[in-house]
Design a protein around this ligand. Structure first.
Ligand code: SME
Length: 159
């Protein structure tokens, strides 16, 4: 059996993502499919969720659709934790070892690394994609490129 490289796995997932997004399901259902697909099919994606900029409190994020264990961090102020810092800087934040990050909000002792990507729509920050992993240093440029593509595609559903 051919061993799937990361790149070919991501190519395959992108095709499936486009199928989900072009289906006639309601937006929220599509988002559930997306987070579950990412969590189930990428071995080291252990928690996958969207945080959305609160339209009434513009410097706070609120938890949206997610797959994985429940988290206490349902609201995060800009600047707080990995998510809040990504929101303040408007940049991807890749943390290969969360034990080395001081401004970090722990969801579970099992989490070893995290990646957060801001999501933009019409030039404005509207939310983030947040992924926790139980593996140390799992993220490469392939993950960043793939997840940026995911963010671009789902942005209209979150706006
Ligand atoms: N660890 C995040 C908090 C959110 S959870 O990962 C779901 C942070 O430091 O912002």
């Amino acid at each position: 059996m051919e061993i799937l490289t990361k790149k070919s796995l991501f190519d395959d997932l992108m095709v499936r993502l486009d199928e989900i997004l072009s289906s006639s399901m309601p937006a929220e259902e599509k988002l559930h499919f997306v987070v579950n697909m990412l969590r189930n099919d990428v071995a080291y994606y252990d928690w996958v969720g969207f945080y959305l900029v609160d339209k009434n409190v513009p410097d706070e994020l609120e938890l949206g659709v997610y797959a994985g264990e429940e988290t206490d961090h349902t609201r995060i102020k800009f600047g707080q934790g990995i998510c809040g810092q990504a929101a303040s800087t408007l940049k991807n934040f890749v943390v290969q070892d969360v034990s080395k990050e001081h401004n970090y909000l722990s969801c579970s002792i099992k989490v070893k690394s995290e990646i957060v990507l801001p999501i933009f729509h019409a030039g404005k920050l509207i939310g983030e994609l947040d992924i926790d992993s139980h593996t140390l240093s799992p993220f490469s440029d392939d993950d960043v490129q793939f997840l940026e593509g995911v963010c671009q595609r789902v942005a209209p559903l979150l706006a």
